[in-house]
Design a protein around this ligand. Sequence first.
Ligand code: ADP
Length: 446
Amino acid sequence: MPNSGAPTDLAEYQKHIRGRLKTLTPVFAKAVIGDFSSQVPIPKEEDELTEFFVGVQIILDTIREKVGELETSLTDLHAANNIIASEKARVEAILDGLGEGLLTVDDSWRINYINEPAIALLGDNARILGQEATQIMRLEDAAGKLIPEAKHPVLRAIGKRRRVSVDMTKGAALYVRPGSGQERRRIALTITPILRAGRVAGAAVVLRDITEESNIDWAKSEIISIASHQLRTPLTAIKWYVAALLREEEDLTPEQTDKYLQRVYDANQHMIELVDALLNVSRIDLGTLTLLPKAVKLEVTLKEVLKELAVEIKNKELTVDVEVNHEMRPAFIDPNGVHIILQNLVSNAVKYSAKGGRVVVALQQQSQNALITVRDDGCGIPADQQRKIFTKLFRASNATKVATDGTGLGLYVTKALIERAGGRIWFDSVEGSGTTFYAIIPSKIA
Ligand code: ADP
């Protein structure tokens, strides 16, 4: 029973209690909208509701405290999230900046991370995560055949639970295509299984584009093989004639001795030309050729070349006409490079002309370009072999009969030099009637 202001009957008592509880309405109204800061109006004098009111106050205080703690944790969590996000961005930037491609797969070999260099190698489709690595890393062998899924290095590494590497020295050559119609790239691969609690949880795959390296490697071995094959013939000739000259019982006439010495000289000359041509080829193929374009007067270089070829021209009784257009401007090209170009074109015209033939060399200015024309009335190039003429080591079937000492390297070098200068080379030829080579070289823009 209340100990103060005792109601006279039940209705009065209910009214009193309602009145007391009403004082809580603003407290609950605030609590509903998340504000637990109100103070419960606890009467100074204790009554039957005092305990309840105190209880409500304790609940409010506890909630306020917990909400405060939660807010602090949430702020900490946000801060941690921000740190993780910026750390992730930093790591991704580092991984994208790596020269190497990197991707990771889960235990069902689905890609769950891929960096930009890997996308550049595997194509834009690889950007979509969750795809199977075997579908995205479609590997081809040297012959262009697709590596079957069962032999895919990613599955092999996961299956064997150990690292699998394929590079220039280990394993068969592997290629990928960055997109349809794009040139394939040779790659080196390292797949490292990720082990967690003793079981394979996925794998990290590192891919490296080794196309350039492997091209250079191939070019190097090709140059060595060309050199050893091509030098054999003149070396064998020299050995044979020198042996004959040294054999006392041979009893050579002075004419024979002269002839043999001339053969030794010719073979030696051919070797010098071969070595020069091979040096140029190796510089072009290995990318070590340094060209310094300058303004070059083509008529001056042409004069030098004709002087060098004067003996051959005289021996073959050729007529060489030079036509230089008076508007000629300097060409913009490496001086040594243009010497090699003119030397190859004019010496070919001389070499493949019959005795008493005519060679015409014309230099013309065509707007921003110099046009070089070298025409001869020699053996010509058979129509069915014309498409191969700029290929390394190619010599047409009729040329090998006319001149035995060719290398098949001159036009390959000439074309590369002209193209490096921003020019173009082509020809017209009729077998038995003659050939005209055309070369365009940009002039220096004044
Ligand atoms: P080579 O040392 O054999 O002349 P090149 O690379 O200079 O090598 O030329 C390749 C081939 O192109 C020659 O072997 C020859 O078949 C053909 N060729 C080049 N120039 C001429 C030409 N003026 N007339 C006929 N054939 C030519």
